[in-house]
Ligand binder design. Structure first.
Ligand code: BEZ
Ligand code: FE
Length: 289
């Protein structure tokens, strides 16, 4: 087909995907082209702006390595991550809500026993965290694997400190026979997401702040239940209503209760959704080669 115009090029591109054997891929590519072209028409995209966009995405790619995923950060700040979480984690009332994974989860964190200091030298106000894992029927979920990770008093994760030799403020625990688990750590503080890449440039250009309200991350896995990826946020944090990545749920906000000795305690119970039969919870990206 030749001499395509701005009026018929969209249909011509979509037609080129007609032979896509994978029906889902065909659906996604068709919709992507439709929305991409509609966007260009709506904003009357100039050639200069098109090229700036290409440069922005190129810079984003250059910022990525095995420790830094600038595309995920971009997805987070555009609300795409949280939209995807919300669409894919509708649960019955009473279940703990999910929120974004974020870029600081690390596979293979050290294992801890109940009462251990997961902080492991991280700076901050001492804090005791006491939790239970239950099902929606109220039943204790014993033997759940719990990953916890958080920022320290300066708002840094251990992986953001290149010279640190050991994991700090992250670990893996198992719930006991009553579904309970508890550990010591430091109080998590609010922090700005990394702004040294194109995502940060976008925030500055649009006069948006980069802060996330203070939170503890949890990933909980137990046989027979859907995995839960969530946070517990600190009540009173000034960024609860303007989280840079749109991840706050009111049901996840809790008090870090001040104690007479200056430490804090956090009590929080998680409620898991029973597994849907045959659900695939792999978080890996399928190879497309
Ligand atoms: C986090 O909570 O660790 C996080 C989430 C999204 C972007 C950056 C950080
Ligand atoms: Fe975080």
């Amino acid at each position: 087909m030749r001499n395509l115009t701005q009026d018929n090029i969209t249909q011509a591109v979509i037609a080129r995907f007609a032979g896509t054997p994978d029906a889902r891929l065909k659906e996604v590519m068709t919709s992507l082209v439709q929305h991409l072209h509609a966007f260009a028409r709506e904003v009357k995209l100039t050639e200069d702006e098109w090229f700036k966009g290409i440069q922005f995405l190129t810079d984003t790619g250059h910022m990525c390595d095995d420790k830094r995923q600038e595309y995920i950060l971009l997805s987070d700040t555009l609300g795409l991550s949280m939209l995807t979480v919300a669409m894919n984690n509708e649960k019955p009332a009473g279940c703990t809500e999910a929120t974004v994974l974020g870029p600081f989860f690390v596979e293979g964190a050290p294992h801890y026993e109940h009462g251990d200091d997961v902080g492991n030298g991280a700076a901050g106000t001492p804090c005791r965290v006491r939790c239970h894992v239950r099902g929606i029927g109220g039943e204790a979920v014993a033997g759940a694997e719990i990953n916890v990770w958080q920022a320290d008093a300066e708002g840094n994760y251990d992986v953001q400190r290149p010279h640190l030799q050991q994991a700090q403020a992250r670990g893996v625990l198992r719930s006991g026979s009553d579904g309970g688990f508890h550990f010591r750590t430091v109080v998590a503080e609010a922090y700005p997401i990394p702004t040294d890449g194109p995502g940060g440039a976008m925030l500055r250009a649009t006069k948006r702040h980069a802060w996330r309200p203070a939170h503890l991350h949890f990933m909980i896995k137990a046989p027979g239940y859907e995995p839960l990826i969530t946070h517990v946020f600190r009540a009173g944090d000034p960024y609860l209503d303007s989280d840079a990545v749109f991840g706050v749920r009111q049901s996840l906000v809790a008090d870090w209760v001040a104690q007479p000795d200056g430490s804090r305690t956090l009590d929080f119970d998680f409620v898991l959704n029973p597994d849907r039969a045959g659900a695939n919870h792999d978080v890996s990206l399928a190879g497309a080669s």
